[in-house]
Design a protein around this ligand. Structure first.
Ligand code: NAD
Length: 502
């Protein structure tokens, strides 16, 4: 489809995909989808309700229990996953444009996301046909073994910051494992996932195996967490929403996977390669407008480097080209909604009130055609204290706070000093020091002399209030599998434990 025709396709109301069919919500209500770069309506989608989700869950239940999917062969599932990858790969530019249009992120980031999504389908297509399961050498004439079985019906709930790739990194392992899926995108950014379901439809999955529901988190998302017919809920989003989901899932002892927020430290020692550390300090916080769970939103700087590092960092931050993501020149796009922009600007005001020093940025950008969009300048605060809101809370925007330290121990204490534990980076030319510090970081994803590289092969997830479980790699696959122990008696005769009396 060329650019013009896919935009035209957005003019019609877009529906949910349930039990192999495109369906509108029972209420016929709709929701407008907005381009954050100019506030224009770019699509209209059906607004699902709890009733619609119940229908989707029942379809997924039937497909798993009676439709033959739980007995499906790994090789057949791999064929379907590879088919999705091939079809998606032919449409990288279209999907990238759609994510940029809907989320606002620069095109180069959207392109990266789509190719990542293609790779996820291929990775899990390959993984599911590989051997898994073990046998044990146990006492007695018993053959003890372990097999993995699909968990069942999984509900998946997605945030708006990576609309396509957050969805595919849940769908691909779940399908590879033999589960059936009901997935819900964020209400703000459903467009690329709806488009992905065209591909899923074309790939030829049996009805009910993968279902798409649309609508508000408090009803459509909540139903996925509450339903007794759902065996696992996998959620990516804010920590406060994660708490609600965990509570909602508790009544049915559902398996829960949570990928939550962060306030990750990026620690720079004085002996780091200067240019590299400045470059990555910017990339850590300002890529994807700072709307990244693992953003290096706290720069922990060794005091002796401060006078050289900070002026260079600020000068470089001021050079970042902010503009519509669809403009190839843009390096940073708009924030997702007017409401979220308001929240980010509120944090900036709180930072000033609490006595932090604003070094650059701090404002909405409204010049040069940006007036209708939700653009905020790259912003840096210094003279912060650990108790400040801007240091403790996830702002989820282009706002960096600087904290300084004198010793390795102090750096570690500051780094671990929030409720989050998602990611962290260390820049130093001392290998032993880098390892010492990384080992002490309470975080699931860490980097030495780099920040942000993420691989589908490696596990993704957080310590502390940043989550439960892992996505990606073999770990992400295991999350969709139950473990069953099978013991086979190789010497079939009575045990004699209870005496047989005449
Ligand atoms: P959010 O928590 O507001 O919403 C995420 C999803 O949850 C949406 O689909 C929403 O509709 C749904 N939802 C909201 N309330 C719900 C409820 N009561 N029950 C069920 N579902 C509900 O998050 P967001 O604003 O879309 O995304 C930003 C957050 O996501 C940030 O905190 C960010 O750190 C986090 N995130 C984490 C990761 C990770 O891998 N750890 C990745 C991306 C984003």
């Amino acid at each position: 489809m060329d650019t013009k025709s896919y935009l035209t396709a957005l003019e019609t109301v877009q529906n949910m995909y349930i039990d192999g069919k495109w369906v509108a919500s029972a209420t016929q209500e709709t929701r407008k989808i907005i381009n954050p770069a100019d506030g224009e309506v770019i699509g209209v989608v059906t607004e699902g309700t709890r009733e619609d989700v119940k229908v989707a869950i029942q379809a997924a239940r039937r497909a798993f229990d009676k439709g033959g999917w739980q007995e499906s062969k790994a090789r057949d599932r791999a064929v379907l996953l590879n088919k999705i990858a091939d079809l998606l790969e032919q449409r990288v530019e279209e999907f990238a444009s759609l994510d940029t249009l809907n989320n606002g992120k620069p095109l180069r980031e959207s392109r990266y996301d789509v190719t990542d999504a293609v790779n996820q389908f291929r990775y899990y297509a390959g993984l599911c046909t590989k051997p898994h399961g073990v046998t044990y050498d146990v006492p007695d004439d018993i053959q003890a073994m372990v097999v993995r079985e699909p968990i069942g019906v999984v509900g998946q709930i997605i945030p708006w910051n990576y609309p396509l790739v957050m969805a595919t990194q849940k769908i691909a392992p779940a399908i590879a494992a033999g589960c059936t899926v009901v997935i819900k995108p964020a209400e703000q950014t459903p467009l690329s996932l709806i488009r992905l379901f065209e591909i899923i439809d074309e790939a030829g999955f049996p009805p009910g195996v993968i279902n798409l529901v649309l609508g508000a988190g408090e009803c459509v998302g909540a139903e996925l967490a509450e339903s007794p017919l759902v065996d696992k809920v996998a959620f990516t989003g804010g920590t406060d929403t994660g708490i609600k989901i965990m509570k909602a899932a508790a009544d049915t002892i559902k398996k829960v996977g949570l990928e939550l927020g962060g306030k990750s430290p990026n620690i720079v020692f004085a002996d780091a390669d200067f240019e590299t550390a400045v470059d990555y300090a910017l990339f850590a916080i300002f890529s994807n407008q700072g709307e990244v769970c693992s953003a290096g939103s706290r720069l922990l700087l060794e005091e002796s480097l401060y006078d050289r590092f900070v002026p260079e960092l600020v000068a470089r931050a001021k050079q970042i080209k902010v503009g519509p993501g669809a403009d190839e020149e843009s390096e940073m796009g708009p924030l997702i909604t007017a409401e979220h922009m308001g929240r980010v600007l509120w944090f900036i005001e709180e930072g000033k009130k609490e006595g932090a020093t604003l070094l650059c940025g701090g404002n909405r950008l409204t010049e040069n055609g940006l007036e209708k969009g939700y653009f905020v300048e790259p912003t840096i605060f210094t003279n912060t204290t650990p108790d400040m809101k801007i240091v403790q809370e996830e702002i989820f925007g282009p706002v960096l706070v600087i904290q300084t330290f004198q010793t390795e121990e102090e750096a570690i204490e500051l780094a671990n000093g929030t409720r989050f534990g998602l990611a962290g980076g260390v820049f130093t030319s001392d290998v032993a020091k880098a390892h010492r510090v990384i080992r002490k970081l309470k975080a699931g994803i860490t980097w030495i002399n780099t920040y942000h590289p993420t691989f589908n092969e490696a596990p993704w997830g957080g310590y502390k209030q940043s989550g439960i479980g892992r996505e990606l790699g073999t770990y992400g696959y295991e999350e969709y599998l139950e473990i069953k122990q099978i013991n086979v008696n190789l010497n079939v005769q009575p045990s004699g434990w209870f005496k047989k009396r005449q």
